[in-house]
Design a binder for this molecule. Sequence first.
Ligand SMILES: *[C@@H]1O[C@H](CO)[C@@H](O)[C@H](O)[C@H]1NC(C)=O
Length: 353
Amino acid sequence: MSLRLYRTHPIIFAYGIIVGILTLYYFRTLICTTYSLLSLTFNWPRGAPDFLISPNADRDAFDLSFANYSRTQDSAGPLYRDLVPPVLHHIALGSHKPQGKWIDARNACLELHPGWEAMLWTDGNAGDFVRERFPELLHMWERYGYTIQRIDALRYMVLYEYGGVVLDMDLKCTRSLGPLRRFSFVAPAAHPTGFSIGFMMASKRNEFVGKLVRSLKMYNRRWFGLPYPTVMFSTGCHYASTIHALQPNRSELKILAGPLDNFKLHSLNGPVSTPIFNHLGSSSWHSYDASLIVSLSRSAKWWIPLFVLGAAAAVFFMVRRLKIKGMLRRYQSYRSILHGEKTSDTDLEGRIA
Ligand SMILES: *[C@@H]1O[C@H](CO)[C@@H](O)[C@H](O)[C@H]1NC(C)=O
């Protein structure tokens, strides 16, 4: 059909091609980021044997159960260099103010890491930090639609600037994180793909963490006005995992998972106990679901007409594809036979064709 258009109306054809190319160019960032975000499921496992922390002696020789490490071992140990500096970051912005049980959880972590620098990022100091160290991101950071986006973006920024460990307020340490300090980046595996950003360790000015900071602008988008996809795709776990999967060599970007027969050992989904944490179960995620429903019904005003329009367009194109006219013609030929009109077989064939 397009070929016929090319022959009969070459100018319209050329115009269509140019408009098509310009549209693709205009939406290139959206197309690239959407593709990366949607293909994470397929791209994530690439190179997994290299980036998963391994218990094998010929690889990392790491005890994934932590049972062989002392509860208070706060450095990498005699055989390794400490790549992660001794700094603990906690972030409590907006309504995510530290409640009683969160303060207890944080104190448990501080007690297990004596002598470490402890940084608490609040509404009082976070803005100044971003203004000073990442002025080019301040405008975006202040205007994020959800507090959790500002918290997530700040995780990457403080981790890049200072290095150390970033911990969610609802993670209660049950042992020191020292044995992991020999890796320049560590985060726990999430399910089914990617990693959780509630716990991350990194060296100062880590290249990958720098990419997490620098890519924030490109991925800053409101997805259908819905909080869950907006947060996950612009700053959250899905965003960070996507950037991880885009790196050509991921062998230094370590992911902490269990052994093959107990892969979810370190997963922080829901209120769980792992070898290193008690996860209290963040209430912020609970309120998320509620606000998702509220926002769905609020945005119904525009997504219902949009849906109807889309459905109408789909029906229109399907009808064209089915070549309704051809079907009608065949029906008429058939009827003329039934009504005893003199029509030879070849005549009918000809009409149908
Ligand atoms: C990836 O990096 C590691 C160390 O940084 C190196 O040993 C390995 O050969 C690299 N892999 C590839 C495929 O370049």
